[in-house]
Design a protein around this ligand. Structure first.
Ligand SMILES: [Ca+2]
Ligand SMILES: [Ca+2]
Length: 323
């Protein structure tokens, strides 16, 4: 064997080793996903404090520096005032949303026929009602093309979060997904409540503490993504997918899953992105390698009429503080 052959053999050998290691990693991630899907269907939460508003805790008002400096869209840091308000302890659950639908007959955007006149040129699949669902790819081609892990699935909606053949049976304590902005608003109004503004949401996420630091570390008490997104999902936090509400320690106000699990709608339009609202808190898909948005100051635009599998909401109520 000449030197050139040896070098080529070495390169081929190394590539094979790398492929084997990557395969094992991916299989490990998929195994973790299966394990977590067989995980708890509900979590024990601390007893709710006595509250005149069912399922809500009080967030005292204050003045704080809003925003962060990690991504450009979080700037500028600016001082804002927030009045006190009540907020849901958890993301709205499937059971809560089902009660709303049972009482009102409400049909979500993802269940309604698609308006092909207002949205001309849609590919055939997107002309059918549905939602955007995260599907873990078996490999990535390095293009960073997010179409690889987001797929529009006809028939996906809050009752069938992964599409036809999936259901929420037994998942009453999971947060509701595939909810467009209008759907969240309709639920909130039915309850006599509202959606939080971005400032209200961020202040609550900062535990109503003006001195809360802007840490950029991956939080331990939140459902996020450990491993190389989107192919290696180590699920070190116990959940490879969405968790039931209340599985992680609440913040000091008694609010659960403000950071992680599902992104949450706010009432604020996203400046510069017509037809979009600000969403907050990051989700189970946020990883140090991809979406460092598991922070109070992080934000993202979301098209109002697009239902997705990583976004939910909670409501607020402006009412006098507890006596
Ligand atoms: Ca997780
Ligand atoms: Ca959340």
């Amino acid at each position: 064997m000449n030197r050139r052959t040896i070098v080529i053999l070495l390169i081929v050998g190394l590539a094979l080793l790398f492929a084997l290691a990557a395969g094992a990693w991916i299989r490990g991630g998929q195994q973790a996903a299966r394990l977590a899907e067989a995980g708890p269907l509900s979590c024990e939460m601390a007893q709710a404090p006595a509250s005149p508003h069912e399922g809500m805790v009080y967030v005292p008002g204050g003045r704080f520096v809003m925003g962060d400096t990690y991504y450009p869209e979080e700037r500028p840091l600016r001082e804002v005032d927030v009045e006190g308000f009540w907020m849901d302890r958890t993301e709205v659950t499937n059971a809560e949303f089902a009660a709303f639908v049972a009482a009102t007959g409400y049909v979500t955007i993802a269940e309604r026929p698609v308006d092909t006149v207002r949205n001309p040129g849609l590919p055939p699949d997107m002309q059918k009602p549905g939602a955007v669902v995260f599907i873990m790819p078996n490999n990535v081609d390095g293009s960073g093309n997010i179409a690889q892990w987001w797929q529009y699935v006809p028939g996906a909606n809050w009752r069938h979060p992964g599409g036809p053949g999936t259901s929420i049976e037994g998942r009453e304590r999971f947060p509701v997904t595939a909810i467009a902005y209008e759907d969240a608003l309709a639920y909130a109004r039915w309850k006599g409540r509202a959606l939080p503004t971005e400032a209200q949401w961020e202040w609550a996420s900062r535990e109503a503490n003006p001195d809360a630091p802007n840490s950029h570390d991956q939080p331990k008490q939140a459902n996020t993504w450990q491993g190389l997104f989107p192919v290696i999902n180590l699920a070190e936090d116990g959940f490879a997918g969405i968790a039931p509400v209340g599985c992680f320690a609440p913040n000091r106000l008694g609010l659960y899953d403000m950071i992680g699990n599902l992104w949450e709608w706010t009432a604020d339009p996203y400046a510069g992105a017509p037809g979009s609202r600000v969403i907050k808190g990051g989700s189970w898909l946020c990883a140090p390698s991809y979406c460092v948005r598991y922070r109070p100051g992080a934000r993202q635009p979301q098209e109002e009429d697009l239902a997705t599998s990583h976004l939910g909401f909670r409501t607020i109520l402006v009412a006098p503080p507890p006596s």
